[in-house]
Write a protein that binds this ligand. Structure first.
Ligand code: ARG
Length: 265
């Protein structure tokens, strides 16, 4: 009797294990990130962004996430055969969202830099940019070096922030680090900073869209070329390969140049 009972127990254990295995089996299309597979067999990737960055990624009047980066990612997705769903995270929360696998990748005019490469993986570059200074039209600022003893606003933890820390010193109280780029620019317009520093496309767009505020841009050759990439959780090679496949295709078929107006080597 005792023996039969033991057998029954063993059988139950085996059955339970296989039930668990079956349950796991149905989830295998969900490994590595937030992606799901649609009924038509296409992968749907969840894409995080900071939609405060016109013309690159921003909210249109209807609340849709739009912009040049979005057009590029849509083209990449079409070329590589996957679907996308955009989620607006804001800038700083993007990084933990990747680590926590809430999103499969991030698009946000993110510069591929050595420091970030320690903690994240990047696609191949798809866009070239550089920093640009924005000041009041009456300002005497003529170069980046002129900002040394001035108050400078930036978006926190961006390459602009890094460049300004390098010039002014890491802990300099004259650095105004705002949550978003539009807020950084407001600080300058309101007189809380003498200059704002940020990515060229975004600085130019702001100036063009706000002609009533008398602003001017100041270029400086000392700003390095920056290459934007799509950012992926460290080690998620599957997504990097998929994105690079799409990027390669839209570079080859001219779609990327059609969107941005220039070639990226
Ligand atoms: N290119 C800069 C960087 O990578 C700024 C990017 C900010 N992007 C944004 N959507 N706020 O640091």
């Amino acid at each position: 009797m005792g023996r039969t009972f033991k057998r029954l127990l063993l059988l139950a254990a085996v059955l339970c294990t296989s039930i668990v295995l079956v349950a796991c089996g149905t989830k295998t299309d969900n490994t590595n990130g937030a992606s799901q597979t649609n009924t038509d067999g296409k992968k749907k990737l969840i894409v995080g962004t900071d939609a405060t960055y016109a013309p690159m990624e921003y909210m249109d009047a209807k609340g849709n996430i739009v912009g040049i980066d979005i057009d590029i990612v849509n083209a990449i997705a079409e070329a590589a055969g996957f679907e996308v769903e955009y989620k607006n995270y804001g800038w700083e929360p993007l990084f933990p969202a990747l680590d926590n696998e809430e999103i499969d990748f991030a698009v946000s005019s993110i510069t591929i830099d050595e420091e970030r490469k320690q903690s994240f993986d990047f696609s191949d570059p798809y866009f070239i940019a550089n920093q640009l200074i924005l000041v009041q039209e009456s300002s005497d600022v003529a170069s980046f070096n002129d900002l040394k003893d001035k108050k400078v606003s930036v978006q926190i933890n961006t390459t602009g922030h890094k460049a300004v820390k390098k010039l002014l010193g890491k802990t300099n109280k004259n650095i105004v680090a705002a949550e978003t780029m539009p807020l950084a620019i407001s600080e300058m317009i309101n007189g809380n900073a003498d200059a704002a520093v940020g990515d060229n496309a975004v600085v130019i767009e702001y100036k063009v869209n706000n002609p009533k505020v008398k602003l001017k841009t100041v270029e400086d050759d000392s700003f390095e070329k920056e290459y934007y990439g799509l950012m992926v959780k460290k080690g998620n090679q599957e997504i990097v390969d998929l994105l690079n496949d799409g990027i390669k295709k839209i570079k080859e078929n001219g779609k990327l140049k059609e969107i941005t107006g220039f070639d990226v080597e």
